[in-house]
Design a protein around this ligand. Sequence first.
Ligand code: ATP
Length: 449
Amino acid sequence: MTDDPIQGLRDALQVSPDNVPLRVHLAKTLAGLGRLEEAEQEYRDALSREPQDTAIKLALAGVYRLQQKSSQAMVIVENICRVDNAPPAALVLYARLLLNEGDVRGAVAQYKLALEVDPAAADETLGQELGVSPHAGGDNEENEVFEGRVRQSWQAPSSGFEAELERPKISFADVGGMEALKEEIRLKILYPLQHPEMYAAYGKTIGGGILMYGPPGCGKTWLARATAGEIGAGFISVGISDVLDMWTGQSERNLRDLFQQARANQPCVLFFDEADALGARRSDMNSGSARQLINQFLSEMDGVDHSNEGVLVLAATNAPWHIDPAFRRPGRFDRVLFVPPPDLPGRAEILQLQLRNKPQAAIDYVSLAKRMEGYSGADLKAVVDQAIEGKLREAMKTGQPQPLTNKDLITAAKALRPSTTEWFSTARNYAVYSNQGGLYDDVLKYLKL
Ligand code: ATP
């Protein structure tokens, strides 16, 4: 026998693993000691043996909440509270979770319901936070006033994460090449916003986002920004690593705040860069909390609690192979588009755009573009920048500004290598060996494989 009570309980369970009350007792003891992960495991085990047991479900939800796994807790509690005679303890927990999410009104409603069923369920701290006392009647004014005050004082600390809202001045005309991508964006997200009635007439559902992938510097961000500019919408660009936080509960809140900000400023393009970071970070976090963050993202995208009307979601990644397949379901990122390095006409157009309004002699854009196969938009920009620097240096010496020539650009291009090669050597492996459902067909086509 052992002196350790936990070990004693575990030993006993070894002998009779089906003893659910004993397992629940162990889980409760573990939770009391703050050993939440182990408690969760035992509650889940108990639940697999007694799947209908509401008390165990509720206890598991409580442990989830303490672990900051609010979405998981919410799923359980919502299910319990769906029935008419939900236990008051479940309603109180529901109220807590709603308050956490910023839904003060909903929290007050659930808490009042709990008190109606059983005044003894009152939770002093929660009651104070919500401005609801156990003796207050239904909808008296005092409560509403309190509620207003609570709402205000609660909202201030919640908005910890606020992204910058831009009003881009560029439009599709400033994006060289990418014709097929522009058309896809028009059809999928711009037209539905501008002509909802037309889409409704054909029974086409609106929603979902576009995920762009490809080598760095090929204009994913530029195109996203131009999408917003094209229709005069707001633009919020965030790197997923900005949203991620070592404290996962906070990351979920960040995501929620972000979607709220976009909804409040619609029409708005919400652009997620480094979308793969959601998956890539999985190894850093324990997988439960990573999944929870992904779930939060997906439920925001699905518009579960709030309509996403007027919010266009675009995302970009250089590493699509790290993205959770759940992102690609209908209504989410159901269009996954390859953004290749610009083709010949695209390169010529980008060079032309980059040289717009700069002093120049007759430049043969097509012949230049022919020399720059594999160059990304960013590479082309770098070529132009470098050529201009050379010209400036000369002008400083001679005191005479000279126009840019073909030769200047060729010299600059020779000094720079295309930056997309490395990406393709990785992408090639994924495209050849794990081309899930033809996801990378466009990469194969580009590589002529
Ligand atoms: P990353 O994957 O590294 O985030 P990205 O694909 O998002 O790269 P951008 O940041 O959009 O690439 O492109 C870099 C710069 O290159 C842009 O700021 C823009 O100046 C220029 N550029 C890229 N593509 C184009 C294009 N098609 N037309 C005009 N400019 C372009």
